[in-house]
Design a protein around this ligand. Structure first.
Ligand SMILES: Nc1ncnc2c1ncn2[C@@H]1O[C@H](COP(=O)(O)OP(=O)(O)OP(=O)(O)O)[C@@H](O)[C@H]1O
Ligand SMILES: [Mg+2]
Length: 354
């Protein structure tokens, strides 16, 4: 593999030492053909990490299916970064096991790390390097040939929208641009799995949308994306699957749809009806998707079992019963409420277990 004087690149003015280079030397990538039929690209069993008395990650059983965009959602301090660092081998677990890309992760087996892309939380990139230069250096660290780097680096710069700024210093990049360069760096070695720690942290709404578009782009290329976030709407917009973590404990894990429908309460359709009679109420109650109906003055509160839009069916039966619909308002629990519910429920569960 190519040798790079990394210390000179990252700490200019200081002499490079062999030890520094050795520490950062990455094993050449291995053939990923054998991974084609892999079901779970990440699987942890009872993964645990303690900081003194604090259990930051508590017997976590995580399963990330191949070819999904899996969100790891949780509030500040939930244990997301700690988990991600264990997955990429930067932190040693106190208990449990981790399998990444079908291989048990151990301190004696570092090669799997070279097959994962990883962007740390708020990546600190050397400000005195140019964007393109940084990617080239990382490419050399991954043992990529000059030809491979010359193909891959411009492609990634283009993908993350930094082609025009590739020769500017990173110190002159905005936060969003630095995050995007961080993502490009994570994709350099053509990983099958990319792990991103809060990729849109600290960005304005435009920057967030840009990052989301990039994540969708990555997924289209057949890379499994595992990203942490404390933003529910971000997870809703880009993820197919979600694991919700709170205080180190996973409180839900499934497809985004399943998590939403399983834990969401019923939707309530609030209908203001003129000429509201018992016949109208009876007709609404008879609808197959209606769980319950109650009357609140001129309003009918219809508890709906489905997530489908049923407003026109409800309207029709009310009209058939002689009523006149004045207004209709669907009051479903948002995923935001679900998220808060889960965190609340979990709090009780944790306290009950004490
Ligand atoms: N090096 C450390 N030493 C002691 N405690 C730590 C350390 N790193 C994290 N913690 C604690 O572990 C818990 C989990 O922290 P972690 O950084 O994994 O959470 P997070 O979900 O990534 O939060 P955030 O959304 O704020 O990034 C927190 O209570 C945190 O204070
Ligand atoms: Mg974090």
């Amino acid at each position: 593999m190519n040798r790079v004087d990394l210390k000179t690149f990252f700490f200019p003015g200081q002499k490079a030492t062999g030890a520094f280079n050795k520490e950062f030397k990455v094993d050449p990538r291995v053939n990923t053909e054998e991974l084609v039929s892999l079901e779970f690209v990440i699987k942890t069993v009872d993964l645990t990490k303690k900081y003194g008395d604090l259990v930051a990650v508590d017997r976590l059983n995580l399963e990330v299916e191949a070819d999904t965009v899996h969100g790891f959602l949780g509030p500040n301090g939930a244990g997301k970064t700690t988990t991600l660092k264990m997955l990429v081998g930067l932190l040693r677990p106190d208990g449990g096991s981790i399998s990444v890309l079908g291989q048990e992760l151990g301190w004696d087996k570092p090669d799997v790390r070279s097959r994962i892309g990883y962007m740390p939380e708020l990546p600190k990139l050397p400000k005195h390097l140019k964007g393109r230069e940084l990617l080239d250096i990382y490419g050399r660290m991954y043992g990529m040939s000059k030809d491979a780097r010359e193909k891959q680096v411009p492609r990634l710069l283009d993908m993350v929208g930094l082609k025009k700024r590739e020769n500017d210093l990173i110190g002159e990049y905005s936060k969003g641009m630095q995050q995007r360069l961080g993502i490009a760096q994570a994709l350099l070695n053509e990983p099958r799995l990319v792990i991103l720690d809060e990729p849109s942290l600290g960005l304005d709404p435009v920057g967030m949308v840009e990052i989301r578009e990039i994540m969708k782009e990555i997924a289209k290329e057949g890379v499994t994306v595992f990203l942490s976030s404390h933003l529910l709407h971000e997870v809703e917009q880009v993820c197919t699957h979600v694991t919700i973590i709170n205080k180190g404990v996973a409180v839900a894990s499934d497809t985004l749809e399943q998590v939403s429908t399983k834990v969401r309460g019923p939707s309530i359709l609030e209908v203001e009806v003129d000429k509201l009679t018992e016949t109208v109420i009876k007709k609404v109650k008879e609808l197959p998707f209606v769980a319950d109906v109650s009357k609140d003055g001129k309003k009918l509160l219809v508890e709906v079992k489905t997530r489908d839009d049923v407003r026109s069916s409800v309207s029709q039966v009310i009209a058939a019963g002689g009523g006149v619909v004045m207004s209709m308002n669907l009051k479903g629990e948002s995923l935001e409420d679900v998220f808060m519910d889960l965190l609340g429920k979990n709090k009780k569960k944790v306290e009950a277990a004490k």
